[in-house]
Write a protein that binds this ligand. Structure first.
Ligand code: GLN
Length: 280
């Protein structure tokens, strides 16, 4: 019989060899197939579902067992307590990136005009979160991918942020303004030969959002170098990076004469974010 309980059991069995939390993910996928929330599944385990709903669930379980990230199946991921639409055009938001938000918010004054640029905005999580938390600032959100920009614009509408300008550009290439108070980026920073690229969600995410030349440091170097001619004196640069890249990122910042360089650790204790201040 096609009951909720039976389908969940079947889904869990199909997922358990591939996935860390098969019960939870089976529940998420069945909720999606039924258009109900997870508490409905708990409340009505004996309820029968239609053949069409069961087929939809089977398909989702199959995609997941093949490795498709759960966020691409549900089409969403939560970040800083807001839901963001995601799809294979964009990187799936990571909890580590909340550290960047936390630090950026401390740099933004209460009332003075303030201009921020988010380079490689992807789903828009950084630009939109800052714009929503600080409605008086002006945010520019940049991505080279038109698919990513469309997704970010959908998310900006959902979260009703009207203080963001979206521009298609490779880093600063199309950016005329030279008066930003804060440059933020979670750029690609994985080395092309890193074996992690062949595992988990990374296999399905846009490669140009993940991989950078020069052992993963190429884009960070370009951003830090070019940011100098787009920052106000005393302006801030904040870049997320790999857990083992802080020495090299700090060396890049020093080489470009940023001051007050500081590296922040994420909740797992990894050095994850480096700050520098432009002085000239
Ligand atoms: N800014 C987006 C994020 O932090 C996308 C980053 C990227 O594509 N490298 O998730």
């Amino acid at each position: 019989m096609l009951t909720i309980k039976n389908l969940l059991l079947k889904g869990k069995q199909a997922l358990q060899s591939e996935i860390d939390s098969p019960q939870l993910e089976a529940e998420i996928l069945l909720s999606l197939a039924l258009g109900k929330n997870r508490s409905y599944l708990k409340a009505w385990p004996e309820r029968e579902v239609s053949g069409e709903q069961a087929d939809c669930f089977d398909h989702l379980v199959y995609k997941r067992s093949e490795g498709t990230p759960i966020a691409y199946l549900t089409g969403q991921r939560e970040f800083w307590s807001r839901d963001f639409a995601v799809n294979p055009d964009v990187l799936i938001p990571r909890p580590e990136t909340e550290l960047l938000i936390e630090v950026a918010l401390t740099l933004i004054p209460q009332i003075t005009p303030f201009k921020v640029i988010d380079l490689g905005t992807g789903s828009g999580i950084i630009a939109i979160t800052l714009a929503a938390e600080k409605p008086l600032i002006e945010v520019t959100a940049v991505d080279i991918s038109s698919g990513a920009l469309k997704t970010a614009q959908v998310n900006a509408r959902t979260h009703q942020t009207d203080n963001i300008t979206f521009i298609q550009s490779h880093w600063f290439d199309q950016i005329k303004a030279c008066s930003f108070d804060l440059v933020v980026s979670n750029p690609p920073y994985i080395a092309p030969e890193d074996p992690h690229l062949l595992t988990g969600d990374l296999r399905f995410e846009p490669q140009n959002a993940l991989i950078a030349a020069n052992r993963g440091l190429g884009d960070i170097e370009e951003i830090a170098g070019k940011a100098r001619s787009h920052l106000q004196p005393q302006g801030h640069l904040l870049i997320e990076h790999g857990y083992n890249q802080h020495h090299e990122v700090r060396a890049i910042f020093r080489e470009f004469h940023y001051q007050n360089i500081h590296t922040y650790r994420d909740l797992s204790g990894h050095p994850r974010l480096t700050y520098g201040q432009w002085q000239s």
